[in-house]
Ligand binder design. Structure first.
Ligand SMILES: Cc1ncc(COP(=O)(O)O)c(C=O)c1O
Length: 380
């Protein structure tokens, strides 16, 4: 049978070298071997998150890192602004509503990026905002927000207001530089561009954010970031970590380094360009404007019947899994993930399959059209 191809925006395929490293055997988490592993990982992990500050590793999924940012960086009754442009902005909203904080939502139409002028006006209408939360890539719509301009706007409002970014579906697939983009806290997860199984998440804070976390009254235990910083001083973790995943992480970071991290980011951008050109050649409409299109996930539109036909046929006849729309975009889009252990050849495979499926559905022959457009996008 043809090998399966998982093209979802997380979880993503795991390189065999990483699976192999994860099964080399357990080590004690209070051992020198584990301390050495943690020490090896830090500099490489900092490079991927674009920071000189330590990166905390949590043994829990991405949402725990979002919640860690919220409970450590916002105090009781403080005002926060959350940019909500899709399902994961909504996740931040729901986390914030769980705690006694004063939540203000900057709503963005799903499929659009935040408009910086409108965002500035919104901020100026609220006094004493202590933190702004956004996604880098809103996975549910495949939008990349203009982080640099948003970060600049946050600091123009007040230098002390924290800019907190969810990079779960972006880190590892595009370059980050926390300082250059005014990011005080960046969080991410293991199961997307970082080519690992689900189960780890990562939090990096600059000094401003760390000071805020050190002096916070909101009750918390497992997600108290201060415990993790204390343990990190000794290359350790406060609780039993997901040791095998951390072993796999070391391999992932070695692979990214040996590929050249910039080449990895270029490959992601190429896959985006190939897909967008190929899908357009099939007369499938993009949800997101080129300017804000993510290098890690692509969303396209059609009528509900055609989308359902495409998704089923890809899975049943071509062993390719892609994702549907979430919440209000359910039935309106399909999403193809292209992050982590995915390559331009995988884009050609899915586009060739789509040519056949769309040709069947519309009774118009599209053979070669998407492939030609994608190859042109790749080579030009
Ligand atoms: C942007 C973004 N944030 C947060 C999450 C939540 O992460 P998890 O499902 O690992 O808790 C996801 C997961 O898809 C995501 O894409």
């Amino acid at each position: 049978m043809e090998p399966k191809l998982l093209l979802t925006p997380g979880p993503t395929p795991i390189p065999p070298e990483v699976t192999s490293r994860m099964s080399e055997g357990m080590i004690g988490h209070r051992s020198n071997d584990f301390n050495q592993l943690m020490e090896n990982i830090q500099p490489k992990l900092k490079n991927v998150l674009g920071t000189d500050d330590p990166v905390v590793i949590l043994s829990s999924s991405g949402t725990s890192a979002l919640e860690t940012a919220m409970v450590n960086l916002v105090k009781t009754q403080e005002a926060v602004v959350i940019i909500v442009s899709g399902a994961f902005g909504d996740r931040f909203r729901n986390i914030a509503k769980t705690y006694p904080v004063d939540v203000h939502i900057f709503e963005v139409e799903w499929g659009n990026a935040a408009d910086v002028d409108e965002f500035e006006d919104f901020m100026n209408g609220i006094s004493n905002v202590k933190a702004v939360f956004t996604q880098a890539c809103e996975t549910s719509t495949a939008v990349i927000h203009p982080l640099n301009s948003l970060g600049k706007a946050v600091k123009k409002y007040d230098e002390q207001t924290l800019f907190i970014v969810d990079g779960v579906s972006a880190v590892g697939g595009m370059a980050f530089n926390m300082a250059e983009n005014y990011i005080d806290c960046l969080v991410t997860g293991s199961q997307k561009a970082l080519m690992l199984p689900p189960g780890l998440s990562f939090v990096s804070m600059n000094d401003r954010a760390r000071n805020r976390a050190a002096d916070n009254d909101i009750p918390r235990f497992y997600l108290d970031i201060n415990r993790y910083y204390d343990a990190l001083e000794d290359q350790s973790t406060p609780f039993t970590p997901a040791v095998s995943l951390i072993q796999g992480l070391e391999k992932v970071l070695e692979m990214l380094e040996s590929s050249g991290i910039d080449n990895v980011y270029t490959r992601h951008a190429k896959m985006r360009d190939m897909l967008r050109a190929g899908l357009r050649a099939l007369n499938l409409e993009m949800l997101v404007a080129d300017e804000y299109a993510s290098p890690t996930v692509t969303a396209f539109k059609s009528n509900e019947d055609e989308l359902s036909f495409i998704k089923k046929r890809l899975k049943n006849d071509f062993q390719i899994t892609i994702a549907g729309g979430q919440k209000e975009l359910k039935g309106q889009i399909l999403r193809i993930g292209h992050m982590g252990y995915m390559f331009p050849n995988d884009m050609l495979r899915v586009l060739a399959a789509l040519e056949a499926i769309v040709s069947d559905y519309r009774e118009i022959k599209y053979y070669g059209k998407a492939l030609a457009a994608a190859q042109e996008a790749y080579y030009e």
